[in-house]
Design a binder for this molecule. Structure first.
Ligand SMILES: NC(=O)c1ccc[n+]([C@@H]2O[C@H](COP(=O)([O-])OP(=O)(O)OC[C@H]3O[C@@H](n4cnc5c(N)ncnc54)[C@H](OP(=O)(O)O)[C@@H]3O)[C@@H](O)[C@H]2O)c1
Length: 324
């Protein structure tokens, strides 16, 4: 028997229980992984709280890294002893060991540690698809990125800076502003104290930005529309402050014929070749040193409740991992 976080009903952090579970042998197309660490992500909050309902009871966690300790029939490109990382459904990364589909696991290069992988597979591949596929950024352009000191945010600041993009990043405190600037964010705006729409207009001399990457949702979405140039792109990819009020198509024309997208990583890594290309690009930029994966918080898996309280309480920065 091993331990895993399970929940039997949606609700506050206390619904998560550290339970003994039977893992079993991998079936066809599956692998059994012994985790080193799992990644903590804001999407875990939506899933645990019921904002995104899932069947009950269930495990939690979509991002992890560790070693393969058994393989099922038909798995040809992975073997016992391989170190792997992953970011996808099914839920269950918050566990000491699990059985999972081999098709979502990616072999880790020697220079990527398990801890880095647990802290970046979901967040880093999210940045990759957002800035390379969803709205490919141009060197020399300026973009607005909300929650710039968070897990996804710190990776985005570094990667965009590396690509020659000027980053305006919103943050909730002066300490977070300093951290974002230290990671390549050129202009920080504390949206708890300043009007970020006014600041973006000031910084861009009234031109606005061609794209806003908005994962805060309810509190920022309407303001984000006002930061865009004509025919700009509003990429809404998360709801840390809650789901935004619905947008009527007419609103998009009022803001200069803007485009609105609501993308999900898993739709950009669905095919195995897409997953390997996205992960490979992330491994390359991290191996090159251009993007550093900062693990700013570590918790034992058994203390996941506290990790969730801290993430929702806006106390974390950069990546957080849960040690198996
Ligand atoms: N669509 C996708 O495929 C995809 C994939 C991965 C992540 N995401 C989204 O990306 C976002 C970032 O994820 P993450 O795991 O890296 O989290 P995170 O950015 O480390 O944490 C969320 C941050 O949002 C900010 N925030 C603003 N209002 C908040 C509120 N009312 N409550 C809590 N936080 C608030 C906080 O930063 P400040 O204090 O600086 O405001 C907080 O630190 C999340 O919205 C997540 O759902 C989407």
């Amino acid at each position: 028997m091993v331990h895993a976080i399970r929940f039997h009903e949606a609700g506050g952090p206390d619904v998560m229980k550290w339970e003994e579970v039977e893992v079993g042998d991998p079936g066809p197309g599956e692998i059994r992984v012994k985790h080193t660490a799992a990644g903590l992500n804001f999407i875990d909050i939506y899933l645990r709280s019921g904002a995104r309902p899932v069947p009950m009871p269930n495990g939690l966690g979509l991002e992890g890294a560790g070693e393969i300790i058994a393989v099922g029939d038909g798995v040809s490109d992975l073997a016992v002893g391989d170190r792997v990382g992953y970011a996808d459904l099914p839920l269950g990364a918050y566990s000491e060991e699990r059985v999972m589909p081999a098709k979502i696991a990616v072999k880790l290069p020697d220079d990527i540690s398990d801890e880095q992988a647990a802290g970046m597979m979901l967040k880093g591949m999210t940045v990759q698809f957002l800035i390379k596929s969803c709205f490919p950024v141009e060197p020399g352009s300026t973009v607005l990125w909300h929650a710039a000191a968070g897990g996804v945010g710190l990776i985005a600041c570094q990667w965009l800076n590396h690509l020659g993009v000027t980053v305006i990043g919103t943050v909730g405190s002066e300490e977070k502003a300093e951290l974002a600037r230290a990671h390549g964010c050129h202009h920080t705006v504390n949206y708890n104290e300043e009007d970020f729409v006014e600041r973006v207009q000031e910084i861009t001399d009234g031109a606005g930005v061609p794209v806003v990457y908005d994962s805060v949702g309810k509190d920022t979405l309407r303001g984000s529309m006002k930061c865009l140039q004509r025919r700009g792109y509003l990429i809404t990819f998360g709801n840390a402050s809650g789901a935004p009020d619905p947008v009527a198509p007419g609103e998009l024309s009022e803001h200069g014929s803007i485009y609105l997208a609501r993308p999900m990583l898993f739709d950009f890594t669905k095919e195995r070749d897409e997953l390997l290309a996205c992960a490979g690009d992330l491994f390359d930029v991290v191996s090159s040193g251009a993007v550093k994966i900062e693990i700013n918080q570590r918790y034992p898996l058994s203390e996941t409740v506290q990790a969730h309280i801290d993430l929702v309480g806006r106390k974390t920065t950069g990546s957080t991992i849960l040690m198996a």
